[in-house]
Design a protein around this ligand. Structure first.
Ligand code: GLN
Length: 442
């Protein structure tokens, strides 16, 4: 299986691969083979080949964040989530193409070439975890580990017809994930079924002393997600569905899905929520501010492809100017401006305040409903090249994913319900309920 997947990855034309981990993968596979030959029992994940978005540390492998800046950087240690999968016997095959530092919604912001959609290769693969979603959709990996700050697991999963889960913030350790916006960064699986999502999620979850935002969680059992008796009421946001930005195709299919859910005896409530523009601007204000801060360490001194200038200041400046992409520079410059005197009270603090209001709104909603449903995106995937021409339109296309990130809620994309999938969201720490509902819809 490992050899077969390696061959597929090598010959793929979708630009999903940043680096292949061929030798390590084959060595590990041999060990599993020997165990099987000796008749020893093997675990659920043992020998299962998987992919890793190229923003996770895996010792001795390149971790480039799809950037010029880190194209020669080798991880000094291994991320907790990845180590847990290795401990369970899963076999890492590939570091996967993505938008550089997670900045993007199309996986075109990368030095490795735009990721092509699994269903129609003229379209984008989605982002930022585009390579991971396409690898799963094309069966190049059994599952992949993406990263989701504002939709980067859920949107590419939706664009490529697979499952993608952003767990509750803190369920999985972020240690060893290259930080984009630390307050919403989440580790999560992309896979072909809720059952696979459940298995991989269980393997990665848990408190980690290296990430103080993690919390202890219980294993979600196979049986527990079969019983849906606890789900009586779901809700959806009126203004998402009535917005001018939604395509008629997505709107009609979403409402048809809602009708089917009603027919199954579930009560459906229509909820009020913030306007998409408010969600997108709040998210991008905080995400840009946090990424400006997080990426300030990449100046060619400790990390990064150093380009010497006449003095230290020049070195920093040239290293960063030459090696960050246009999109990343837009965010770093924007973020630093938002944090600077005169702007921070006006804009950044307002963003923090809105985030609290959004979280309060969710708390109120989850007193009334068990699950919130929404489309993943207002539109179907654009053609390759289109998003690069219009960054603002790209930001606005994140309208339905970023709110759940700001709320730090567990949200799963399933490949049905609309052309780009359906998002199933639960209250904080209700990850099990989300998987239950997904099973129920299957
Ligand atoms: N598209 C969003 C952004 O560019 C989300 C990206 C992500 O979740 N990493 O910020």
């Amino acid at each position: 299986l490992v050899q077969e997947k390696l061959d597929l990855l090598k010959s793929n034309t979708h630009n999903t691969v940043n680096s292949l981990l061929e030798d390590t993968a084959l060595d590990l596979a041999k060990k599993v083979d020997e165990k099987i030959k000796k008749g020893q029992e093997i675990g659920l994940l043992e020998g299962i080949p998987f992919g890793i978005k190229d923003v996770y540390m895996l010792q001795e492998t390149y971790t480039t964040a799809s950037s010029d800046l880190l194209k020669n950087y080798k991880s000094a240690y291994t991320a907790t989530a990845i180590q847990k999968l290795l401990d369970a016997g899963a076999i890492p095959l590939v570091k996967e193409n993505c938008d550089s530092f997670g900045h993007g919604s199309s996986s075109e912001n990368t030095i490795f070439g735009a990721v092509k959609n699994a269903v129609n290769s003229d379209l984008v693969g989605g982002g930022s975890s585009g390579g991971s979603a396409v690898n799963v959709a094309k069966n190049y990996t059994i599952f992949s580990i993406g990263g989701d700050t504002g939709g980067s697991i859920r949107q590419p999963a939706g664009y490529n017809n697979v499952f993608g889960f952003k767990p509750t913030y803190g369920r999985i350790s972020r240690f060893g994930l290259m930080a984009y916006a630390s307050s919403t960064d989440c580790v999560g699986p992309i896979a072909k079924s809720t059952e696979d999502i459940r298995i991989v999620l269980n393997a990665m979850s848990g408190k980690d002393v290296k990430d103080q935002t993690t919390y202890p969680s219980e294993i979600i059992s196979k049986e527990s997600i079969l019983n849906v008796d606890t789900i009586k009421t779901v809700g959806y946001f009126k203004n998402f569905i009535e917005s001018d930005a939604i395509s008629s195709e997505i709107k009609e299919s979403f409402l048809a899905t809602i009708d089917k859910i009603k027919a199954k005896g579930i009560e459906v409530k229509i909820l009020d929520f913030f306007e998409s523009d408010t969600l997108v601007s709040t998210y991008y204000t905080l995400a840009m501010a946090e990424t400006a801060s997080n990426l300030s360490r990449l100046d060619g001194t400790n990390y990064g492809n150093r380009i010497e200038g006449e003095n230290l200041k020049d070195t920093y400046s040239i290293t960063r100017s030459e090696n960050f992409s246009e999109e990343s520079k837009r965010r770093i410059v924007g973020g630093n401006q938002l944090l600077s005197q005169g702007f921070s009270d006006e804009i950044y603090l307002k963003g923090l305040n809105l985030r609290d209001q959004i979280a309060n709104n969710f708390e109120k909603d989850f007193k009334e409903v068990d699950i919130i449903l929404s489309p993943v995106t207002p539109n179907t995937p654009p053609k390759i090249g289109e998003s690069l021409k219009n960054p603002l339109a790209m930001y606005l296309s994140d309208a339905y994913t970023v709110g759940f990130s700001l709320g730090q809620l567990p949200t799963l994309t399933i490949p049905k319900g609309t052309a780009t999938g359906l998002q199933i969201t639960g209250a904080k720490t209700q990850d099990e309920l989300v998987l239950k509902f997904a099973n129920f819809l299957n």
